[in-house]
Design a protein. Sequence first.
Length: 151
Amino acid sequence: MDTVLVVFIALAALAFVGYPLVRGIRARQVPPMPDLETQVVYEDAEALELDFRTGKLAAEEYQALQRGAAAGADDELEKRIKALRRERKRGGAPVPSGVRGQCPKCRAPYEPGDRFCAKCGATLAQTRACANCGAPYDEGDRFCVKCGKPL
């Protein structure tokens, strides 16, 4: 009986110590990987910083190169923003079923969680309610979750 109690206490202590470690590992999320252009910009900035700190570049030369790199990065960022805006104005890529919704007013696609249409400004948060009991329901539901009546 004493052995069982000792084993139980040891397992409880192990669980008490190990649980936060396991939970921390599960909760940690890997950040998204930047695209190739962004990686190149970061690597160039790191190399420039290393050259300056090791004395390969004078302060004036370092500042001039840093300003040039920043201007190039700003130009690239502006190009990406313009391309995204053009795509959004065109209506974007084909809408995969179940991923996005369509605005009830102008039929523009929108992402889940959007409250207003980016194209026409219409409210996207429509509350659907059961005609029998008034309980809210989601798009695609065929029966009310509260009263069971067909929707």
